[in-house]
Design a protein around this ligand. Structure first.
Ligand SMILES: [Zn+2]
Ligand SMILES: [Zn+2]
Length: 340
């Protein structure tokens, strides 16, 4: 199978499907493809093949499926085999916004990943900015330096777990760490400060969207006179009027900035979009965003940390040097950003 089939939970999906249809064999990543060998009854094989495209995971995009009949080897059970290198086109999936299941755990005080800033699963989390090479597995991601703890390892190896072979799996014990507590970062914002936030693909600068002084300071520091700032909020309906199609766009996994008509009573500083009746809004898309918005309780200006015509700031030392005169504090972490 070719297409966006790596880093989207495709192998765990195939594994579950094979067990459901009582088929033996294995699945493995090979270059940019996924290769499956299965043996079993004709009806089960047909059901399996049909389900491969019909029931594929939400982030997968199956472009093509080639089939061939090979000799039965008498395998018992179904396994995820070692990845093999193979030349070919490579499709690296896009980063995906934190899913509902992970958000539930993030908010659940009894969950072991409660408030974990790097919670993710096979259906969500970083991909494009994390994958260093193919086939997609942990060793070739920016998570390679974070050895799984025994609990995460057990989830990763359990076919019934929703983090089965989730390469970005992490927890408070074994995952990346933030450079400052979320509560302290929220305090910086509430005190009118400008916060540099390390995101998936680079740094953002953030401040309270309702704070006229903070927004004006950010404009001055970014040397951006009147180009509108985008706003990150978990309650866009308080800021803009959204048509159903705009709302659907906003909630898609790519989490775009959507331009929508500003509400006259929106709690936004005029300097957010001085000359415009339109506001660019986006929803939080990483656990750090969700935690920061929840701790702050307000909408945030969220703008790229680059000054115009400069390359994207992704290196931590560069970011600190580059943004020293602009940001009052840094909410960073120790997972590298990989951009190709
Ligand atoms: Zn998830
Ligand atoms: Zn862990």
């Amino acid at each position: 199978m070719r297409g966006v089939v790596q880093g989207v939970g495709f192998r765990p999906f195939v594994h579950a499907l094979a067990w459901r249809e009582s088929l033996a064999g294995h699945v493995r990543n090979a270059g940019g493809s996924v290769v499956v060998e299965v043996e079993g009854g004709r009806a089960q094989l047909d059901a399996f093949t049909a389900a491969l495209s019909a029931e594929a995971p939400p982030l997968a995009q199956l472009e093509s499926l080639q089939q061939a009949t090979i000799a039965v080897v008498g395998e018992t059970g179904f396994s995820i085999g070692a990845s093999t290198q193979r030349a070919g086109d490579v499709f690296v999936p896009a980063d995906a916004a934190t899913c509902e299941a992970c958000l539930g755990e993030l908010a659940d005080r009894t969950d072991r990943r409660h408030a974990h800033p790097f919670i993710s699963c096979t259906d969500c989390g970083p991909r494009y900015t994390m994958v260093r090479g193919v086939p997609y597995d942990r060793a070739r991601t920016t998570m390679a330096g974070f050895a799984m703890c025994s609990t995460c390892r057990a989830e990763y190896e359990d076919p019934r777990d929703r983090r089965f072979h989730a390469e970005s799996i992490a927890c408070h014990d074994c995952g990346p760490r933030l450079s400052m507590p979320i509560g302290d970062a929220a305090d910086v914002l509430r005190d009118g400060g400008v916060l540099a936030v390390k995101g998936l693909g680079g740094y953002h600068l953030a401040c309270l969207a309702s704070d006229a002084v903070a927004v004006a300071r950010l404009r001055e520091k970014k040397r951006r006179v009147d180009k509108p700032f985008a706003i990150m909020t978990s309650a866009p309906e308080r800021l803009v009027r959204l048509h159903p199609e705009e709302d659907a766009l906003l909630r898609g996994p790519a989490r775009p900035v959507v331009l929508a008509a500003r509400r006259h009573d929106a709690p936004l500083a005029a300097a957010v979009a001085p000359l415009s009746a339109w506001i660019g809004v986006m929803l939080p898309y990483t656990p750090v965003h969700h935690l920061l918005l929840a701790a702050t309780g307000e909408a945030l200006v969220m703008t790229s940390a680059n000054l115009s015509d400069e390359p994207i700031v992704i290196d931590d030392a560069d970011a600190r040097a580059h943004l020293a005169g602009i940001a009052d504090a840094f909410l960073a972490h120790d997972r590298a950003i990989h951009l190709r």
